[in-house]
Design a protein around this ligand. Structure first.
Ligand code: GLU
Length: 506
């Protein structure tokens, strides 16, 4: 049976991801998006994408485009919001200014908001004095009690004003689904500004109006917004709007306990994508930042499996640590589960080889199929796909002098190992090119002729073919050499014959 209660969500949830398009989507934000998405899917609800672009100077269309691409890449599809429409649009805040104005006017008419004519300088002066007296800086309430006539007189003189919420006395609190009950005296809060003196709405105001009108049931966001929540609840109250549930997600820290930043390496989804992290691996890893599945030890899970188990009651409030080593392990696990053909076709792994000048910039089907087999041989050695070309020396190497491990050189000087290598090379020379079947037959013949077996047989063969003491399965490697040598590649792949000659003559 579906146990919706266990997820902390009884009914289909309406949740939103509300990014500000002022930069690349980073790990913390995308984890917020993911948790919202999981709650929407778990509760068979709605995941809404809303763009909070009220900071006109810093908001850029290209960031909006990029964040949509990131969400799509990760599989976090939204069913309502920008580009999808819905009953509660528009979904971009800059298209909603009339709505904010209208609600501001209503709050003013109801006397739930008031005009504040204090200048910036005046507010700053008060603030400094309060700080000097070791008081928490807060709005003095100076303009709260202005009479109608006093207000009118200031309006007539054209004095600019902000619109502030008239905060009620008493306490205000909420039970955060992650952080628990948080209650404060409203006396600690300044009357929040709803509209600035240039008539632009503030974040707290837009956010509440939108969450209210979009019928958001659960606000799931970073804990940086915990301190905004009391103010926002007071705005809901003033509007006579139902207050949604809140779940704040703890900050993500680097392994050194500092706030995650560039110093810790990649932090944006785009960077991870470019480095060849797989979307499923990144999503899986992010799901474990602050959440743990009920089945202990179970970590590698598809989004679908995570959806089936996700539950806000298992989200911790202690900071989550972003551990690149663990993400790399996760990514390697996914890379190894994914066939090379899909790494090329679906993950675009070929672009790393194109960039490295190893394959043509427009590889045809044959090259891509061959590359898929190359990748299958190498993939267990990499944490992310951009490391593949550097691992591919065993296939592409040998421009000019062959690269031979000193250990292999020494081995081939040994009379017995040398005999195995030469006999192998002689039998290969008899054929134009060798297939897997030829290879098996030749190995059997070498075995009979030299009376060597096991490591003493295979080590010299590997050495004389690859120049290395270890590496991928030889039979597959031989096929890759033979086929690669017939392709027209910018960096020549040597056939088995060429390799044997090069190494024996080195
Ligand atoms: N635009 C806000 C942010 O990116 C969203 C805050 C919220 O979810 O309420 O932090």
């Amino acid at each position: 049976m579906e146990t919706a209660e266990k997820s902390g969500i009884e009914n289909p949830a309406r949740v939103r991801f509300a990014p500000s398009p002022t930069g690349l989507l980073h790990v913390g934000n995308v984890r917020t998006a993911l948790f919202n998405w999981l709650i929407a899917r778990r509760s068979k609800g709605t995941f809404i994408l809303r763009i909070e672009d009220t900071d006109a100077e810093r908001s850029k269309p290209e960031y909006e485009k990029q964040l949509k691409r990131d969400l799509e890449w990760l599989g976090l599809d939204w069913n309502e919001g920008i580009d999808r429409g819905g009953d509660y649009g528009p979904y971009r805040q800059s298209d909603r200014y009339d709505i904010y104005q209208e609600h501001a006017r209503w709050l003013l008419e109801q006397d739930k908001a008031f005009r504040c004519f204090c200048t910036e300088e005046e507010l700053e002066r008060v603030r400094r004095r309060q700080l000097q007296n070791n008081e928490t800086p807060r709005y003095s309430g100076k303009c709260r009690q202005l009479s109608k006539a006093e207000v009118q007189a200031r309006l007539d003189r054209g004095i600019p004003y902000t619109l502030r919420l008239r905060v009620r006395p008493g306490t205000v609190g909420f039970s955060d689904l992650v952080f628990g009950r948080i209650e404060i005296e409203t006396a600690q809060i300044s009357d929040p500004v709803l509209m600035r003196s240039d008539h632009s709405p503030t974040y707290n105001f837009c956010c509440v109006i939108d969450d209210f009108l979009m019928k958001i049931t659960h606000v799931i966001r970073g804990d940086g917004h915990l301190s905004n929540t009391h103010r926002q609840i007071l705005i809901y109250e003033a509007l006579g709007a139902p207050v949604p549930q809140f779940a704040h997600l703890s900050t993500i820290l680097g392994p050194d306990g500092q706030k995650l930043s560039k110093r810790h390496g990649a932090t944006s989804v785009e960077e991870f994508r470019r480095q060849g992290y797989l979307a499923e691996a990144l999503a899986n890893y992010l799901s474990l930042l602050g959440w743990s599945p009920p089945t202990e030890g179970q970590e590698v899970m598809s989004l679908q499996e995570i959806t089936g188990q996700f539950d806000l009651s298992r989200v911790q409030k202690s900071p989550a640590i972003f551990d690149t080593a663990k993400l790399n392990w996760m990514n390697r696990t996914y890379i190894n589960k994914t066939p090379g053909s899909s790494l090329v076709k679906d993950e675009g792994a070929d672009r790393y080889f194109i960039d490295a000048g190893l394959i043509p910039s427009q590889p045809d089907e044959q090259v891509r199929n061959w590359l898929a087999r190359v990748i299958d041989l190498l993939k267990s050695h990499v944490d992310h796909l951009d490391q593949l070309p550097a691992e591919s020396g065993i296939v592409f190497g040998f421009e000019g002098a062959p690269e031979i491990d000193p250990e292999v050189r020494d081995m081939l000087r040994d009379p017995e190992a040398g005999a195995v290598a030469r006999e192998f090379a002689r039998l290969v020379e008899e054929k134009e090119s060798i297939t897997a079947e030829d290879y098996r037959r030749i190995v059997a013949e070498v075995k009979t002729a030299t009376k060597q077996k096991g490591r003493n047989l295979f080590h010299p063969i590997r050495g004389v073919l690859t120049g290395r003491g270890s590496g991928p399965d030889l039979e597959s490697l031989i096929a890759v050499y033979e086929e690669g040598s017939r392709l027209n590649l910018p960096r020549k792949v040597m056939s088995c014959h060429e390799r044997l000659r090069a190494i024996l003559n080195a």
